[in-house]
Write a protein that binds this ligand. Structure first.
Ligand SMILES: [Zn+2]
Length: 280
C-alpha cells in the first residue's frame, strides 16, 4: 500500500490550499462499473448528484482516509489506499486519460480521482457516515501518530499487557494506532531493531521507546519528503521517501550489517527484515 497516513495527510493539506470555497458545477464518472460492484463507489450511482452545486467547506484526513466536507451536510470520502491518484487541474489542458471521478468546479478548475486496486470514492450524507466502514475505521477514537497525545508515555501505556504480536498491535483492525499498514510496519520495526513476530508484552522499556521513535521518524519523514516514492501528489509530483526496509530491499543487503535481507510471513502479509539487526 503506498497511500498511508502521511500521504493522505499531504493530499488533504494540498486540497485545503486549493479547494476551499469552490463550488461543484458538474461531475463525470468513467469506467467505474467494476469498482462499484465491489463496493468502492456508491451502489446507487445517482447519489453523486448530491455533489452538484455544493461548496467545499473543509478537507480533513485521518488514518488513510480523506473527507471532503461540503455544505448541506454532504461529504465526499476518498480512500486512495493502494496508490489512487487525486489530481488538481487549473484548466482542461493536460487532463489525464484515466480517472473514475472528475469534478468540474464552477471556476473551471478540475479535480480528478482515480483508484488503483482497493479504495473508496463515496458520496455520503453526514448522518450516514457511521455506516461507512472506512470512515469508522479511520475517524475513530484510535490514536493517530500525528496527534499531540501520541507521546512515549501514552504509547507505553497502550502497549501494557498486550500479549500479541507487534504487527497486530500496530496494523489492522485491532491496532492501537490508526493509519499504519504493512508497508510502514516493515520500515518502523527495522529502524527499531525488532524481530517482526515480537510480542508486545515482551518489549523492554528501551524497545518501546525505540518503537515510538521509529513511528515518529517514519511518519514525519514521509510527510517532509512529500510521501513515499510511488506516491504522486495533487500536482503530479512524486514522493521522495524511500523506506529503510520493505519490498524495495528484496535481494539487497542490510545497510547496517551487510546481512542478506530475508522475508517472513507475518499476520497475512510478507515482512522484509534483517535477520541480524532484527534477531529473534
Ligand atoms: Zn542488519
Amino acid at each position: 500500500m503506498s497511500i498511508e497516513l502521511p500521504e493522505a495527510y499531504l493530499l488533504a493539506e494540498q486540497m485545503n490550499e486549493e479547494l476551499i470555497e469552490k463550488q461543484i458545477g458538474s461531475y463525470d464518472l468513467k469506467n467505474y462499473e467494476r469498482l462499484q460492484k465491489i463496493g468502492f463507489l456508491n451502489r446507487n450511482i445517482n447519489e453523486f448528484d448530491l455533489l452538484v452545486d455544493r461548496k467545499i467547506i473543509s478537507i480533513l484526513s485521518r488514518g488513510n482516509l480523506i473527507r471532503v466536507v461540503l455544505d448541506k451536510e454532504i461529504n465526499l470520502l476518498i480512500g486512495p489506499e493502494y496508490g489512487g491518484i487525486i489530481s488538481y487541474h487549473k484548466d482542461k489542458n493536460n487532463l489525464p486519460e484515466k480517472f473514475h471521478l472528475r469534478i468540474n468546479f464552477t471556476d473551471e478548475t478540475i479535480l480528478t480521482i482515480r483508484l488503483k486496486g482497493m479504495g473508496l470514492i463515496y458520496t455520503i450524507k453526514d448522518k450516514e457516515l457511521e455506516h461507512s466502514y472506512l470512515y469508522k475505521r479511520d475517524f475513530s477514537d484510535v490514536l493517530s501518530p500525528l496527534e499531540e497525545n501520541f507521546t512515549p508515555n501514552h504509547f507505553s501505556e497502550l502497549l501494557k499487557g498486550l500479549n500479541r504480536g507487534i504487527k497486530s498491535i500496530l496494523v489492522g483492525k485491532d491496532a492501537i494506532l490508526v493509519g499504519l499498514s504493512n508497508s510502514a510496519f516493515q520500515d518502523i520495526i527495522y529502524r527499531a531493531k525488532l524481530y517482526p513476530k515480537t510480542k508486545g508484552s515482551n518489549l523492554s522499556e528501551q524497545q518501546k521507546k525505540r518503537l515510538f521513535d521509529s513511528i515518529k521518524t517514519v511518519v514525519n519523514e514521509r510527510i517532509r519528503l512529500g510521501g513515499k516514492f510511488q506516491f504522486v501528489d495533487l500536482y503530479g509530483k512524486k514522493g521522495q521517501y524511500i523506506p529503510a526496509m520493505g519490498p524495495n530491499m528484496k535481494a539487497a543487503t542490510c545497510v547496517n550489517c551487510d546481512s542478506v535481507i530475508e522475508k517472513l510471513s507475518v499476520g497475512g502479509g510478507q515482512v522484509y527484515y534483517c535477520p541480524h539487526c532484527q534477531a529473534e
